[in-house]
Write a protein that binds this ligand. Structure first.
Ligand code: NAD
Length: 334
């Protein structure tokens, strides 16, 4: 029977962990609350076949080396992203890596849809007026219906597709752009167009592609200038796709109408942490937090009970497959 050591269990994962233990008595594992570091790496002994992690800070080479010395076969992350790990070191030390590539696309889509609707119905302006006791019906808060809007989905993979489904179901016109269009949804769920057309025609643009070196700051001043006046940008994908200072300029100039940012390029020092009473030294992030036309959130689009359970289950089951069957569909090639 395989045995695993689970690191950094959070309070919100306790329920998922208890359920998993009841559902899988055949898998033995020990749970810890701390993250894996050089200081505590000795708790990983030759008793274990694998570690289950969800790191928020980089690990030194000594940690990877120690895992290899203890015969750890698999390093399983309770996340889709693996960018916080040294894949070169996992390869060097012959430790296999697994992730959970798609754990609840509808959770992220629902959040993207909800944030878009917040701006689409001018709730940010209405709330501001209400706080000032200005209850007038006036042109600045009148909306158009979602049925009268065009929504552009950039990246039509698992999450983009679900987001398209949300908007389509309420009657919006949905355009899509992807480097590799999905023929099975073309025409029925959305209409594929080139990026330039999508940018120019959409009232709402929702990003759902990974961050790559080719799309770094793809959404920059030039792109914002091409977007419709009053258009809404929703980014639940990755912060690095958007040039945030350029976005702020476009909002300040009154061109874009609003932006929902669940991800920010330089979020790592602050997310997910309690920053109450602490100074946010990142001036751009501070500005995001002050503006009514920005709906900032700390990378929580995925954050539902079903996603947390799918991440927990997926990581341990992938590790178990590697040890017991020699392969897992969630293995990340190194
Ligand atoms: P996916 O791999 O199923 O889909 C990504 C799609 O983007 C693919 O179809 C791909 O061809 C396309 N693509 C890649 N580069 C592109 C580009 N430059 N222009 C247009 N299309 C491009 O991934 P997914 O599961 O749908 O996830 C999408 C993204 O959502 C992830 O990469 C991640 O950044 C983000 N995400 C965010 C959260 C959150 O909580 N905010 C949670 C999970 C994932």
């Amino acid at each position: 029977m395989s045995k695993f050591l689970v690191f950094s269990l959070r309070d919100d994962e306790v329920k998922a962990e208890e359920l998993f233990r009841a559902e899988h008595p055949e898998i033995e594992y020990v749970v810890r609350r701390d993250i894996l570091t050089k200081a505590n790496m000795d708790v990983v002994t030759a008793d274990y076949d694998g570690v289950i992690v969800q790191q928020i800070q980089a690990m030194e080479e000594e940690v990877y080396e120690h895992l290899a010395n203890m015969g750890i076969k698999v390093f399983a992350t309770r996340s889709a992203g693996v960018d916080m790990y040294r894949t070169d070191l996992l390869k060097k030390y012959n430790i296999r890596l697994t992730n959970v590539p798609s754990y609840s696309p509808e959770s992220i889509s629902e959040y993207a849809f909800t944030s878009a609707m917040y701006f689409a119905r001018n709730m940010h302006k209405i709330q501001k007026n209400v706080r000032e006791r200005d209850f007038r019906w006036q042109p600045s808060i009148i909306s158009t219906r979602i049925q009268d809007k065009v929504v552009g989905i950039v990246g039509t993979g698992f999450i983009g597709r679900e987001t398209a489904r949300f908007f389509k179901s309420v009657g919006a016109k949905v355009l899509g752009y992807d480097l590799y269009p999905n023929e099975s949804i073309a025409g029925s769920l959305l209409e594929y167009v080139d990026l330039e057309t999508l940018i120019k025609e959409s009232d709402i643009i929702s990003l759902h592609m990974p961050a790559t070196k080719d799309n770094h700051h793809l959404f920059n001043a030039e792109m914002f200038a091409k977007m419709k006046k009053g258009a809404i940008l929703v980014n639940t994908a990755r912060g690095a796709i958007v040039d945030t200072p350029a976005l702020l300029e476009s909002l300040k100039a009154g061109h874009l109408g609003g932006a929902a940012l669940d991800t920010y390029e330089f979020e790592a020092p602050y997310v997910p942490k309690d920053n109450r009473g602490k100074e946010i030294s990142d001036a751009v992030l501070s500005e995001l937090l002050e503006r009514d036309d920005i709906l900032y959130s700390p990378h929580v689009a995925f954050y539902t009970e079903s996603a947390v359970k799918a991440l927990f289950d997926g990581a341990i089951l992938a590790a178990d497959d590697i040890v017991e069957k020699g392969e897992s569909k969630f293995e990340v090639k190194l």
